[in-house]
Design a protein around this ligand. Structure first.
Ligand SMILES: Cc1cc2nc3c(=O)[nH]c(=O)nc-3n(C[C@H](O)[C@H](O)[C@H](O)COP(=O)(O)OP(=O)(O)OC[C@H]3O[C@@H](n4cnc5c(N)ncnc54)[C@H](O)[C@@H]3O)c2cc1C
Length: 496
């Protein structure tokens, strides 16, 4: 039996971020990681399993809603933007301290654009632009409904467009493409040099509280089948889709009445490099009526393995697995006596989502191409392949506003009352806000230490605890300093 201060379950971006924060705050704490796969960042955090959008609410239309009086509510967009600024500051700290190198291997500057068609949508986008561009967090946003301007911004999208329907876009050059897989691997390589024990090929099969209040984990070596026991004073369940089952095994009351519903993602990838080179942006459209927010279609330039790629999607899909490498029994075995009513209520309420997912699963390649042609009218079937992305497990819980069995689209941090264990459930806005979410874990789980850790947190993340909206003078400063360190102010010509 081995004893350690902290155990992190799972080697995705969340554990990588929490481990990196804790190593800076308390370097002498012993940290052990268990990951069932052979490498870090192989599930949702892998570059091919997510869209790599540095979510700062620059282009995602689902973060801004139209109020009944016709005005646009940008509160959520401000919130997400502020959270992304925390991530950029922490990554800059790591680069400046030489704890990780070559930021261009995980983050690239890339314009973020929103694109809509139809008079009503154009009017919505214009109002949204007017509300956002006044805000210093979204400075530099441009709007155009002039086809000639749009041709300059989006040559591939405008080429061969015959429809007379009104069309408009917004563009902001301070967007990013983030390779979360590369970042996750870099962070674990760094942690390994700081004596963090990372055990790949080790699956955590059970979690129990011991008589002294710490946690005992039953861990199976997936290669040899041997079983080990490890204890820790603090456990973080960062198992991605695997977190719900582990939370249930811990038996903490805070984990009761919670269920999960898996939604898989599929992307189309362009294999014609000539086409890839004609596009340079992340372009988000509007979700179809009845579609859940995570299936907003977007056409994305990506930088993966030092190569420019072009992806379109995600199409939603259904698989009962909670992880891409999970089991077909994941959904069934997640239903427990304490959450069965919650799950049944969600099943009855979410018939339209079920119907939508079934329709998505049934789509033929040609039908998917038709959706792509709303973005690239000339797209040819032979230039595009379908790839399966990651699984997202949406949280289902009982809420005051939504009632029993309400489907949640955000992330949820669940912690035991004594702060000795925390789990991260849900998937959105996801990896981009890992620093904010892991700071929430630290605040909730280490209330005794957080005051004394604040100076170090502020050294790493200067605007920690400060609202940028209330201190607009800091925005320019943060943009400039993180931009310089992370290479985001490079001439666009250089990164094309
Ligand atoms: C289609 C899609 C598109 C997305 N697009 C974006 C985007 O554009 N921008 C963005 O910011 N976010 C995006 N996300 C969300 C983002 O990918 C996730 O929020 C993030 O990667 C989750 O990280 P994680 O560390 O929690 O989980 P993961 O990266 O899934 O890591 C969990 C790890 O735990 C391991 N594990 C599980 N169970 C066990 C166990 N019992 N024992 C040991 N190890 C275990 C797994 O093998 C895995 O390695 C997207 C997600 C999907 C699916």
């Amino acid at each position: 039996m081995s004893k350690t201060d902290v155990i992190l379950i799972g080697a995705g971006i969340m554990s990588a971020t929490l481990g990196s924060l804790l190593k800076e705050l308390v370097p002498d704490w012993e940290i052990t990681v268990f990951e069932k796969l052979a490498k870090a960042g192989e599930e949702s955090s892998n570059e091919w399993n997510n869209a790599g959008t540095g979510h700062a609410a620059l282009c995602e239309l689902n973060y801004t809603s139209e109020k009944p009086d016709g005005s646009i509510d940008i509160k959520k967009a401000i919130n997400i933007n502020e959270q992304f600024q925390l991530s950029k500051q922490f990554w800059s700290y790591l680069v400046n301290s030489k704890l990780i190198k070559n930021p261009e291997d995980f983050i690239m500057p890339l314009p973020h654009m929103s694109l809509v068609q139809g008079q009503k949508n154009v009017e919505f986008l214009k109002k949204r632009f007017e509300a956002m561009s006044k805000n210093p967090l979204f400075q530099g946003m441009e709007f155009s409904d002039d086809p000639e301007k749009l041709k300059e911004w989006l040559p591939l999208v405008m080429q061969g467009r015959t429809s007379n329907e009104p069309i408009a876009a917004t563009k902001i050059d301070s967007g990013t493409d983030v390779n979360f897989g590369a970042l996750t691997r870099m962070l674990f390589e760094h942690l390994q040099t700081k004596n963090v024990k990372i055990n790949y090929g080790h699956s955590v099969d059970d979690i129990k509280r011991t008589s002294d209040g710490s946690w005992e984990l039953k861990v199976k070596n997936v290669n040899t089948g041997s079983v080990e026991r490890h204890t820790a004073k603090f456990v973080f369940i960062g198992g991605g889709g695997g977190s719900l089952h582990l939370l249930q095994k811990s038996g903490i009351p805070e984990g009761r009445h919670i269920g999960g519903f898996p939604v898989s993602g599929l992307f189309m990838v362009c294999k014609n490099q000539e086409i890839v080179e004609q596009h340079h942006a992340k372009v988000y459209g509007k979700a179809k009526v009845g579609a859940p927010p995570m299936s907003v279609p977007h056409l994305d330039t990506r930088y993966i393995d030092n190569k420019k790629s072009l992806l379109f999607g995600p199409f939603a899909g259904f698989s009962p697995k909670f992880l891409k490498t999970g089991s077909m029994l994941d959904l069934v075995t997640s239903v427990k006596p304490d959450n069965v009513l919650t799950m049944l209520a969600a099943g009855a309420k979410e018939m339209s989502l079920t119907k939508y997912l079934i329709q998505q699963v049934m789509l033929s390649k040609e039908q998917r191409m038709e959706e792509l042609r709303e973005f690239i009218p000339d797209a040819k079937s032979e230039d595009w392949d379908l790839v399966v992305a990651g699984q997202r497990v949406q949280v289902i819980k009982d809420t005051e506003a939504g009632g029993k069995g309400t489907l949640q689209f955000g992330t949820e941090v669940i912690t035991a009352a004594d702060g000795s264990i925390a789990a991260l459930l849900g998937a959105s806005p996801g990896a981009s806000t890992a620093v904010h979410v892991m700071l929430e874990v630290i605040t909730k789980c280490f209330p005794q230490q957080i005051k004394s850790w604040e100076p170090k947190i502020k050294e790493m993340i200067p605007t920690y605890g400060v609202s940028l909206m209330e201190h607009p003078e800091l925005i320019e400063e943060i943009h400039t300093s993180t931009g310089r360190t992370l290479g985001l102010t490079r001439e666009l010509a250089l990164v094309k």
